[in-house]
Each structure stands twice: as structure tokens, then as C-alpha cells.
Design a protein around this ligand. Sequence first.
Ligand code: MSP
Length: 653
Amino acid sequence: MSVESEETKTFYVTTPIYYVNDRPHIGHTYTTGAADTVARYQRMRGRDVLFVTGTDEHAQKVVRAAEAAGTDPKSFADSVMTSYIEAWERMKISYDRFIRTSEEEHCRVVRHVFSRLVENGDIYRDRYEGWYCVPCETYLPEDEVLEERCCPDCGREVERLTEEAYFFRASAYSNDLLREIEANPELIQPDSRRNEVLSFIRQGLQDTCVSRANRGWGVPVPDDEEHVVYVWFDALINYLTVAGYAIDDAKFADVWPPDLQLMGKDILTRFHGSMWLAMLMALEIELPRLLFAHGWWVSAEGDKVSKSRGNIVDPIAEAEYLVAESGCTTDVAVDAVRYYMFREVTFGLDGTFSTEALFSRFNADLANDLGNLLNRTLPLVERFLDGVIEEPGPGAGELEDEVRRAVAISEEGYETLGFRAMLEGIWELLGATNKFVDERAPWDLYKQGKKVELAAVLYDVVDAIRIVALMIAPVMPSVSEEIWRQIGLGQMGAEIQWDDCRVGRLPAGARVRRGRPIFPRIDLDRVRQRAAATEQETEAEEKGEKMISFDDFTQVDLRIARVIDADPVEGADRLLKLVVDAGEDEPRQVVAGLAEQFAPRELIGENVVLVANLEPATIRGVESQGMILAAGEDEPLALIVPDRDVEPGERVR
Ligand code: MSP
């Protein structure tokens, strides 16, 4: 990731595009926040930047999530994708382009790439027989599936697929790819991840299936509408689409290759580190400059934080909690969360998210070190210099060595994604500056009438604060802006540019404007007490909630119903449309998610239990008047049926 000044190409940085069956959480925010930080830094260095994020919409699990929500995949994706846009706005993510894989332009590029690879023989048609993990959207070779037919990555049950399909000849690129990664240690980072990719490829890449049967969702394979392009193959191509590949040659020449592609460790080895690079080789396109895989945010128990594990951390809710407990502004709280993510854990390793640690860092690093320096310095400038920074006389520049050191560390940090060491380096400068104020005691200089020295000391301190504001701007843009305002630079229209990270660039004449403290301290004891009380309350509530009264139970009208007809619901793999006799004048129609476990014929004639007074709902365009009971939380394992013959319409108690 070079930032040499002769570099004229647009700095191109990507995040993965996020599945729309999920909503934004700390994991997504981590990848996107890191990309944002780098993009902001590069802009400060004067580079043109293309920073892209977006949504990955053609997954099978999106179809299922839409079905469960009683809507179609497109409307479902439309609604979830706005939750990403909103989250990124709140988290101050300055992306230049948001791509959706359902965009017409992207679908065209996918088809173009597919056809090109068919033409040069890198995609061929064959028969796929093997395993597929829907939650991971991954084809799994026979030897990788665990004995219990579980996915080695997520542990959930895999599905057997037997279908005609298209294959990408990844095997042909194994050796070249290996050579490329071995020769270029900068291509994949950190080293531990690079080694994982290398050992994966050393086993030999297998050809991968890149199509699925067309069930109405996905990019149709060119000249074969019976198949759609496999979601990962489709999604990876987004990086080409936004760069103008096969659309705008001049743009592509300027943007390509990506300077930085960021992702979590789970999607490096199999996808970005092998499939993606092999695809680029097959297309004869230059490889990215750097793929960087960060670690996971894990729960206290060591599990990855994710929706399916139900241990989600919502960064926006954390920021709101901070606002409530400290009284800072929402923008400052968002910056504090961003700061915490990059200061708490070395980028590349796993970390445990804890609200308590976030609050502690807010008090110690932000309120004490940074906030204090500002809050003690500005009143001194007001009192001793009438609030106006004077031209630095002789003797100024005493903090130059400390500043140089911190600037060098932070440049290195932004360029190598060593965010933690970088922030530590900046905080060392804050420490040195606080110490400088104590030692040079401007109040004594004032008393002793040493005006020139006093002005020089205060100049140095405000100048150091200015440089800190610049260095933290990519991580904490709103805080940086507020400091800029308080030290009078906002009003002077001074630009935020990296080149000004040098002592002596604070313009004389800046009028400081003390504002409210940016980081009002949090009373941690009070927070702990309140959290303990709330925990007790919720426990009590939960216990109470688990019990329902007999009256509540009798509200549910359960009846025996006999299935008289059953048909699949078109375009919905898991749904069946049942017609049942519940002892009423007319039979009812009920949509049930039973198709994967039961053949329609099996069900006809069965007596089942119907929730008869459930509000009607339209699922996949089909009206459903009730619900059939089955055992199994996520998927039906067995139907609930009476153990002897009873008449339809009989009440169940
Ligand atoms: N849609 C694919 C990416 C296609 S890119 C061509 C995908 N999406 S995802 O929404 O499941 O995950 C996106 C990113 O979020 C990944 O980089 C993943 O590593 C990251 N995280 C999801 N949960 C995470 C944590 N708990 N901690 C840190 N990041 C993790 O994969």
C-alpha cells in the first residue's frame, strides 16, 4: 500500500459486500470502519480515492429470509440494504460508491466475465454432486464435510446437491497462484493468514462449481437461463464492476488494481485468497496490491459475534448508551466506538468486545488524556493571550522531536494497518504535551512576566493539539473537527491535510473558542450499579414471561385438521401449499415450511394440529389461513399428529 507522492492512480479500497439476510453489526462495522479510516487518510494525503462497500444480494439464504418474512427477495433486499446505508451514515463511513449486486450494470459485468471464461475454456459444464452449506453459501468437497453432515466452518447441517452445473477451472491456476503469493509477501497480510492461504493452495485448488439451478433469484448464466451464477462468483466480480471493468476503460486504467481489499479472516482463504485471485488470473487482470484479513470480534465465551449465534453487538446502540451515560454528542460517541475498535485490539487478531472496556477507554484516553489537554490549555490562551494565538517567537518548537516521532508512527500505522500502535504513538505525544504543560507551568511564566516564553509555550501546546487533531482525523473525524473549531482553525477555513502534520504550521491569529467539554466523564460506578440492577430486572421479567396463564393458553384455538391436498409453492424451495379440512363449512388453505422434509403426497390424508385462529398472512403471494404444528425450532423435524383417529375440527387442549 504505497503512498509515495509520485503515485497518481486513484487509491482504490474495498470492503466485502454484506449479505442482506443480516443487519449491520460490529463485525461489518469493523471492516467498513477500517476501510473508511484508510480512505480518509489517503484523501488527507491528497490522493483521489475510490472507497467502495455495498450489499451481496443473490444468496440462497436471502431467498429463505424473504420467505420467512413473507415477501419476495428483491423487496426484502431493498429494505435491508437501507439499514446498511443508514448505519454507515451514522458511523460516518465516507464511501464513494455503494454497490448492490442486483444492479443492472453489475449483472451485465457478471455475464460478461462468465462468457469470457466460457470462451477461453476456464468455465465448463459438468455435473455437480456434493455438499452445499446454505448459511455459508459454500460448496464443500466430500472430505471436508464432517461425519454428522455438518459444515466444517459453521457446524450447521449441509445439503446434498446433484445438478448440472458450470465449473470454474481453478485447478489450472494453483501453481501460478502459489508462485505469485510466495514471490510477493505483500499480497496477502497478515503473515499468519498468508500462510493459511499458502497451505490451502499447496493442497491443490479444485475446480469450483460456479452456478446453481435457477429458481428465480440470481444472475442468469449467459445462454442458459436454467442456471444462475453462484453467489460468491457473482459477488467477487463487484470489485471489477465498480472499477469500470468492461464498462469504462479509462476509469479502469486509473483505478485498477485495488490498493487494499479488506475482509475478515473467514472469507480470505477459500474466497478472496484463492477463488478471487484465480479468477483474475484467468481473466488476465493484474492482482490487487494487498488483501488484508482482520480478526473477529468474539463474545466473552470466544464465539464469533454474529446474528446466528444471537450474541450480536450493535455499535450504534453502544454509541447511544455512551451518549446516555456521558452526555457527549452522538457524533463524539460514534467516534469513541471507532477509536475503541482500533485501539483495543491489534488489527489482524481477534478481540473481545466489552462495553465496560469501551467506557473505560472513553474516560482514560479520551476524557483524561485528550479532553483534559484541550480543556486546560484553551482557558490559558484566553487568560494570558486574550484568546488569540500569537506568532511563535524564539524558543518555540520544543515539542518537535515528539511530534516527528508520533507523525512517523502514525504514517506507518495508516500505511500498514497497524492502527493500535499508531494510536498508542499519538497518545504518547498527548502524554508528552500534558507533561510539557506541567513542567513549563504557563501560569508561573505569566506571574513572572515572561511574556515571550509564555507565548512560545502556549503556541507549542496548541500546535501539538492541532497536529493530534490531524492525525486522529481518519479515525475520529467528528472529534477532530470539533478540536479544529475550538482551536480557531475551523473559522479560518484551514484545510485538514496530512502535509500540515509538522510543527510551526499553526497560523498566528487563530482565535480559540472554548466549547463544552467534548468528552464529559462517565461515572463508571453508577453505570455498573445500574447495569447490575437492569440485569436483575430482566432476569426476573424473563422468568415471569416464561409463564402464561391458563386463560392465555385458551386464547389459542388448536384443532385437528386433515390434509386433503398438498402442492409446492412455485419459486419457494421450502414451502408447501396445503388444503386442510378443519371441520368447517369450507376447507382452508395453509402455507407451511415443510417442503424439504415431506413430499406433498406423504402428507395427504394425515391428521395434523392447526392453529386455527392465527391472523391470515400472505406468504410468497399465497394466502395462509393458520399454521401447522411441528417439532423443531429452526426447521420442522416431525409433524405433531394425534396417536389415534379423531375427527377433523376436534379441539386440542
Ligand atoms: N457476502 C460475503 C462477502 C462477499 S465479498 C465479495 C460475506 N458477507 S458477510 O456479511 O457475511 O460478512 C462480511 C464481513 O463481515 C466479513 O469480512 C466478515 O469477516 C465480517 N464479520 C462478520 N462477523 C464478524 C465478527 N464477529 N467480527 C469481525 N468481523 C466479522 O461474507
